[in-house]
Design a protein. Sequence first.
Length: 144
Amino acid sequence: MHDGPFDPWTSAPSSRDHIDDTLWEKIDEVFGGAARLSGTLMIETHGPQRPIMVVVVEQRGLPGDEELRRRFLLTPREREVARLMADRLSNGEISRRLGISVHTVRRHCERVLAKLEIQSRNQVRGALLDPHHAPALRTVRSVA
């Protein structure tokens, strides 16, 4: 039995190690790998219910222009397109936002995926946010 007033709110460990892997997979899926653990809170319940854990996460921002240029060799337009892809916009939405044709957007998207060395648009946010994701730099040879 609990002596004194019932306090349903208790602080829980704020380490990713204390969070179930399945929950982190879902969080990464929602945030595209851009989540950082800010804190957790356990809510104790009376009766047969299990305690509830509230996980507080923060979404990291995308890298700046200079970092995207340096790490991935993206042109200014490719950086714009990559950011919009990371925000999960469709080709049509990117086309309208940038005032360019859907065909041109498709070509930019193909180049972004190639430069990031990834296969899917769903991987763009994670690749941009991962500081260790830097494709092998390709040297360009001049053919004269």
